[in-house]
Design a protein around this ligand. Structure first.
Ligand code: GDP
Length: 290
């Protein structure tokens, strides 16, 4: 079970509940304090941590321990349920013909994730094709082209042409016969107005079924603001958290997901095209708390 993988201090705090006949306020406060510490270390938004603590405390003290459960199991379930409300079940991207637009800041892992997704659909028996509309980052074209070639995935790009919108228009016409069309758009170092403008124009011309925002697991507290700006501009239908193979736990990205009312579709767990996993809330939550 998910909570068996918790940090030692949290395990210790929860142990106090094992023998307890009823749940007393001091023990709950100890448990909540440990949860707060873990979540803040994982970069979860401070306000969110406070709200969560409040609901956990209230529920742990107010609700009767259901029959057949001990107080420890009861509190664990409350913690899990409250976290699930924030993290969400995850977005299920259907296995059918569709257009997907990738968005995110430069360096977030957009291009790598584009190749990962193409491989994912390819392995499910669909025919993917990729359009490189990242005309901003030097090397993006070559990087994506090489990745696609290694995967035997169809690729469209126009090296040296800065007209991203035109590339998308021509690219989509060129790859019309493919099932899953993935558009890799340009990022910037920060959300500048020209990026927003370009995204909106690409969005208008391509009418994507899904807009996937790629967020670096290490993004921290500024994630929510960025995600909101992307959401206001083209709308986010799902999030991919990249680089979860590192030390970062993705709490900032999770806060962004909550702030934009979206949910997580995939996680990136390495640099190669096979390092993509479908999001699993259980594992993500235990990592946040661990
Ligand atoms: P873009 O600017 O958003 O297109 O970013 P890239 O796809 O080029 O990724 C930036 C860097 O992050 C590259 O060095 C990638 O290899 C690396 N990267 C992307 N996704 C992951 C991941 O899930 N795990 C790790 N460890 N590195 C990743």
């Amino acid at each position: 079970m998910v909570m068996d993988k918790l940090s030692n201090s949290l395990q210790d705090a929860l142990k106090k509940l094992v023998g307890a006949g009823r749940i007393d306020e001091r023990t709950v406060n100890d448990v909540v304090k440990d949860i707060q510490r873990a979540l803040l270390q994982s970069d979860v938004n401070v306000k969110m941590v406070m709200q969560l603590s409040k609901s956990i405390k209230e529920r742990a003290l107010d609700e009767d321990v259901p029959q057949g459960m001990n107080p420890r199991e009861h509190v664990i379930r409350i913690v899990y349920e409250e976290l699930m409300k924030i993290v969400g079940e995850g977005t299920d991207i259907p296995l059918k013909p569709q257009k997907i637009m990738m968005i995110g800041l430069q360096g977030s892992g957009k291009t790598t994730t584009t190749a990962k997704l193409a491989r994912y659909f390819q392995r499910k028996g669909l025919k993917p094709a990729v359009v490189c509309a990242d005309t901003f980052r030097p090397g993006a074209y070559q990087q994506l082209k090489t990745l696609c070639e290694s995967l035997n995935v169809a690729f469209y790009g126009e090296e040296g042409n800065p007209d991203a919108v035109g590339i998308v228009e021509r690219g989509l016409a060129e790859i019309d016969k493919y099932d899953v069309k993935i558009i890799d758009t340009a990022g910037r170092h920060s959300l500048e107005s020209d990026l927003i403008d370009e995204m909106e124009r690409i969005h208008a011309i391509s009418s994507p079924d899904y807009k996937l925002l790629v967020l670096d697991a290490g993004i921290g507290q500024q994630a929510s603001e960025q995600a909101k700006a992307f959401n206001d501009s083209v709308g986010i239908s799902g999030v991919v958290i990249s680089k979860l193979d590192g030390t970062a736990k993705g709490g900032g990205a999770m806060s962004a997901v909550a702030a934009t009312d979206s949910s997580i579709a995939f996680i990136g767990v390495g640099e190669t095209p096979q390092d993509l996993e479908k999001f699993e809330a259980d594992r993500f939550i235990s990592r946040l708390l661990g």
